[in-house]
Design a protein around this ligand. Sequence first.
Ligand SMILES: Nc1ncnc2c1ncn2[C@@H]1O[C@H](COP(=O)(O)OP(=O)(O)OP(=O)(O)O)[C@@H](O)[C@H]1O
Length: 409
Amino acid sequence: MCAGSTVFGRCLGVAFRRRAPVWFDLQPASGFGPLSSPPGDRDRYTMVELGLPLGPPAEGGAGRAATRHLHDSYILGELLGRGATSTVYKCLFKGKRECACKILKKSALDRRRVDNELPDLRELRHPNMVEIRDVFETADELTLVLELAEGAELLERIAERGFYSEQTAARAVRQILGALQCLHSRGHAHRALRPEKLVFASEAEEAPLKLLAVGLGVNHLLPTAPPYCAPEANKGEGAGPASDMWSLGVVAYILLCGFEPFASENGGSSSGQPGQGEPTEPLGHHALHFPGPWWDEVSDSAKDLVTQLLQVDPASRPTAEECLQHPWVRGDTPRTQHMDATVRSLREFNARRKFRAATQAVVATQRLVSPEKRLSRVLGPLGPPSPQEEAPAAPAAPPSVHDDKRGRC
Ligand SMILES: Nc1ncnc2c1ncn2[C@@H]1O[C@H](COP(=O)(O)OP(=O)(O)OP(=O)(O)O)[C@@H](O)[C@H]1O
């Protein structure tokens, strides 16, 4: 459970998505350890009806928004994961509905994007995108209450299950394209598409694949996540819908062979597969390769789609709408044979990815602990870390009325 978890336990929370629900009441008086709100403004989250008509001013408030409290409606639960700009917890709405609560540091956010895009993003409804159900804000944090995606990540599921063919890959690509088409048609880009953002709604066999929330961080304008980051974003020219199509090309490439499409600095992995190290230049000086034997059994139609998506010139890439008409995506041309070598490569790829995520989580958690406390841990047992020192930011917030027809794509 989170209250008693060690640093490593938390890191496992990121890497392996622990599921046993342990609920923590966030009432300020409850006195729970790491997840309790520290005194101050954290338990006084102010609802910000971004772009929507606002209610009467809060008593004694600056005017626009009514003050609501998280513990009026939500109970915070287990840690679901830590990302580049956020910490995500499970939460329970009014004792009934489970949601995800994503807490973002405002200092890491692109404020212009939050103001311009979030009001519309929270209206979007698409079966392959997690809904934004509510938004709360304090002086230094923004909290998004999201639809909970309870299944495994896409690559995890493929690695765990027995049979895997191009048809399965095409179905996943089709669902991602549906979500992207919805976003792009409303003038938004995701800007952070990568395998970690693709999670099934549940463990059910037919559960839809969900694209996790759109990135709102300042870093989403910069090349933070190679190789998924498009060349134009890498050059600092910004990222738009066409950049998402590049990222999808990288994801599709990985789905078809189990490794990344770029040459590595260290020349590859022990298995001899190319593209297994840190990517260097995304196709800057290289033609796209489909090396054998890994690509020998992959259909020409699949290679055609990947080639179109991984065009260096963003204007040459097809749109999401155009891709949805591609015969491979429509299900006409994907092969039906089991791709055993790809599954084995994907297992390796996944293991490396999780190890990296776990290492990063430990580093991120260490940053939350004061240097004095770190030193005291090294020098001797001066007592366990205080909840406040180890605790990530905890939110507060209320519910909203959901009209499922609003913003449906
Ligand atoms: N709606 C959700 N349901 C279940 N788990 C979620 C949800 N949103 C996020 N998570 C978990 O939290 C982790 C971090 O989330 P996310 O990738 O959105 O954070 P981030 O990297 O900070 O995002 P951003 O792209 O906004 O910077 C995910 O890998 C996932 O495990």
